[in-house]
Design a protein around this ligand. Structure first.
Ligand code: HAM
Length: 434
């Protein structure tokens, strides 16, 4: 039986045309992170399952994780997210490092998902996290970084929003206003997390399974229908719990005069599916009608280091997926043309006598950091230009020997101009094709 040529379900082959885009996206990620002075890190593809069981949440563990028992009887998992690995690594060395700790990574992650637009089984995720930052300042830096990242592609205000909420606000509503026990509160978190994906009837039913008192159900419904920060303030004031939510309110006040304020929208249904978040939670929402999803998600987590018996040190960060980013850029026409490779010069010769000279010239020009392809073997004149264009060259150079001198006739494939330069005049050749 012949084997399938397709990759495993939900996973992608990256042919050179796909790698051009991936490299472009990763370069942008690295540029933005380093511009904010974040340093690169990476971890292993496999971790013990317990690392995720500790705080990642039931959906990830029950439905999405790829796990197995290794030959030494250890329960291991292919990383479905980076934050637990990051916390483990920070727990190892945080005492030696000046604070705040600013790290970024672009790991590939595997989740057992139903493949669909914006969702695959293997994706790459730009992770940026800060540890040990003063109150609210880490949150502000992380949001500034994401917005600057998206703006660097030419994105504008209509294209995306930052939907935000705070787990402390939700906890206050659950504990103080609804008097829920921990287990009920946990269940209601999962209900809110799914609230946009189900019908109103289904949502009502799910709420009734957790809250039975009518008056409390009303409070909850009022809460999840809040649309603006001022409605939130009124709600918290009315129920006398504004002090419990003061950190979030002062964060919102600080953002008011910052460049990314116009992107922020308060959304009470943003709670995030992962269990470790304790403060600000956010999703960067793609406003294009075809991409009804988050490009990125993240938040603040105060207690992750404690699972390694380390003293608490809060972290804030986000993960931004390569698939959702590419969908975003394509739908908003922000991704350039990657259909061809970008090379500088195709060097060819039409007679065998020029073969060695061509190789020598290519060697010298590569030494000048130029992207040079040599056509292997002599080529017929009428085939040269078509070949050069199909391979993404901007210039073609034909090496020729005449009356004892060897020169290269260079043609600019865009403006069709030509020049003939001796092969030892490297600077002149370089200037011409730069
Ligand atoms: P997450 O919300 O699970 O968060 O994932 C973050 C982003 O990764 C999503 O918004 C989406 O763009 C992308 N993503 C997730 N799953 C898939 C998938 N199956 N296919 C394609 N893209 C996907 C986290 O993973 C947190 N650990 C992020 C974080 C970092 N929080 C703090 N620091």
């Amino acid at each position: 039986m012949a084997l399938s040529k397709k990759p495993y379900k939900g996973c992608r082959d990256f042919f050179p045309k796909d790698m051009r885009i991936r490299d472009f996206l990763f370069d942008k990620m690295k540029q933005t992170a380093t511009r904010f002075a974040y340093e690169a890190y990476d971890g292993p593809l496999l971790e013990e399952v317990n690392l995720y069981k500790a705080k990642s949440g039931e959906e990830l563990i029950n439905d999405q994780i790829y796990s197995f028992t290794d030959r030494g009887n250890r329960e291991v998992a292919i990383r479905p997210e980076m934050t637990p690995t990051l916390a483990r690594m920070v727990a190892n060395i945080h005492k030696e490092l000046p604070k705040p700790i600013r790290w970024y990574s672009i790991p590939n992650l595997l989740r057992y998902e139903k493949p669909q637009r914006g969702r695959v089984r293997e994706h790459w995720q730009f992770n940026v996290d800060i540890f040990g930052a003063p109150e609210n300042l880490g949150e502000i830096e992380i949001l500034s970084l994401i917005v600057e990242f998206l703006l660097s592609f030419g994105a504008t205000k209509e294209m995306f929003s930052i939907l935000i909420n705070d787990r402390k606000v939700v906890d206050t509503v659950f504990k103080k206003l609804l008097s829920l026990e921990d287990e009920q509160a946990y269940k209601l978190y999962k209900v809110i997390d799914k609230s946009k994906k189900v019908t109103t009837e289904k949502l009502d039913h799910m709420i009734s399974e957790i809250i039975d008192e009518e008056s409390k159900k009303e409070i909850f419904k009022t809460y999840i229908n809040i649309k603006t920060v001022s409605e939130l303030k009124n709600f918290l004031e009315k129920h006398n719990v504004i002090n419990e939510c003061s950190q979030f309110l002062s964060f919102l006040e600080m953002t008011q005069n910052l460049f990314f304020n116009e992107y922020i929208k308060y959304d009470p249904t943003i709670v995030r599916g992962l269990d470790y978040y304790t403060g600000l939670v956010f999703e960067i929402f793609d406003e294009h009608p075809e991409n009804n999803r988050a490009i990125a998600g993240g938040g603040a987590y105060a207690n992750l280091l404690q699972i390694f018996n380390e003293s608490p040190m809060g972290g804030i960060g986000f993960g931004l997926g390569d698939v959702t980013l590419k969908d975003f850029l394509e739908s908003h026409n922000l991704l350039g043309d990657f259909s061809k490779a970008e090379n500088d010069l195709l060097l060819v010769y039409t007679n065998d006598e020029e073969e060695i000279e061509t190789m020598q010239l290519a060697h010298k020009l590569r030494g000048e950091n130029l992207k040079i392809e040599t056509h292997l073997g002599k080529i017929k004149f009428n085939k040269i230009f078509k070949l050069a264009e199909s391979k993404g060259h901007n210039f073609v150079g034909i090496v020729e020997s005449k009356d004892g001198t060897i020169s290269v006739q260079i043609k600019n494939l865009k403006d069709k101009s030509t020049d003939t330069i001796q092969v030892n005049e490297i600077e002149k050749i370089k200037t011409y094709i730069m």
